[in-house]
Design a protein. Structure first.
Length: 324
């Protein structure tokens, strides 16, 4: 090949590189030219549709601009409850600060989750109750029902601090917003005349209605095309609390084995977990939760949890207890 041919190839390669660089430069310039408001709207849409915290982290790490604008109040306010669903094994100061920043931005799902973590896991009762109250004022039915359970039991206080009438009113509010456990709890209260005028027919009707709604929700979840049923907001908090308790028991296993009584279950000074394995609530004082009136071997934070656990496992276990 002569010198002229070599020069032509070299020139062509140089022009191709220049054109490629110009295209990349134009793309970068076009993105940089977008107003911050548009970019924030895009990130907020991603945050609102996140199905795991990793989705949100991946979006923030896309580029420096996403990382910077992702810290805006608008984006933090829009993060979905699944995007907030940190696992207990990943809990850290960074996770706490992230949930706190979302809560301060007005995200009621973050206020609910962080409130449950602080009230039941970290034992920061006042801060946890304030966050739950804020989420309840925002209309979050899960927060309203959680407050009802706290008021029913006088959690964080004494037995005398219970307010059954107020708890029933909170259950009624949460039930009106579609919370199944609140509807079931309200049905039991009306059936038994607990904090409200007794009406056995009306109580039974609400209990049956709660069961029907629960079955409808389960059928809808199992009929999903993907076969994946996303965690509900209440489930996200319960999963964290269950994992937190399991991790704590594993860390303290040696001491717990040494101090545990040989018979009769936990001693009076020990705090019990709700026997519904999907709940995760723990007593805030001794003898706070009510026990099964038949076998007296398990304890529940609410009648709703007791009804769930009866169907899931305790019906057979309770019968075995009575047979012994």
């Amino acid at each position: 090949m002569n010198g002229t041919g070599c020069n032509s190839i070299h020139t062509a390669k140089k022009m191709h590189c220049m054109n490629q660089g110009n295209r990349n430069s134009k793309s970068a310039t076009s993105f940089d030219a977008l107003p911050d408001e548009i970019v924030v709207t895009v990130i907020a849409a991603v945050a609102a549709s996140a199905v795991a915290p990793a989705d949100l982290a991946s979006a923030f790490l896309t580029c420096k601009r996403f990382w910077t604008l992702g810290k805006s109040r608008h984006v933090r306010n829009k993060v979905s409850h699944l995007g907030l669903a940190v696992r207990a094994r990943n809990w850290s100061l960074h996770a706490d600060r992230f949930l706190q920043s979302c809560a301060e931005a007005g995200n009621i799902d973050a206020r609910y989750l962080l409130g449950m973590i602080r009230f039941y896991c970290i034992s920061d009762r006042n801060a946890g109750a304030d966050l739950l109250l804020s989420a309840a004022f925002g209309g979050l039915k899960e927060a309203i029902y959680s407050l009802a359970v706290i008021v029913f039991n006088g959690s964080g206080g004494t037995r005398e601090s219970r307010d059954i009438g107020a708890a029933v009113a909170l259950c009624a509010r949460a039930a009106s917003l579609g919370h199944v456990d609140a509807l079931r709890e309200l049905g039991f209260c009306i059936h038994d005349g607990y904090g409200v005028a007794r009406s056995v027919p009306d109580g039974r009707r609400l209990i049956v209605l709660a069961k029907a709604r629960e079955m409808a929700e389960a059928a809808t979840g199992s009929a999903s095309l993907s076969g994946f049923t996303p965690l509900k907001k209440q489930d996200v908090a319960s999963r964290f609390m269950v994992e937190w308790a399991e991790r704590r028991r594993a860390e303290n296993k040696e001491g717990a084995d040494r101090d545990a009584p040989h018979e009769g279950g936990p001693s009076d000074g020990q705090l019990r977990m709700c026997a519904n394995k999907l709940c995760g609530r723990e007593e805030t004082r001794g003898r706070e939760f009510r026990r099964c009136s038949v076998c007296a071997s398990v304890h529940y934070c609410s009648r709703a949890c007791q009804a769930r656990d009866w169907i899931q496992s305790h019906k057979a276990n309770c019968a075995q207890e009575q047979a012994l």
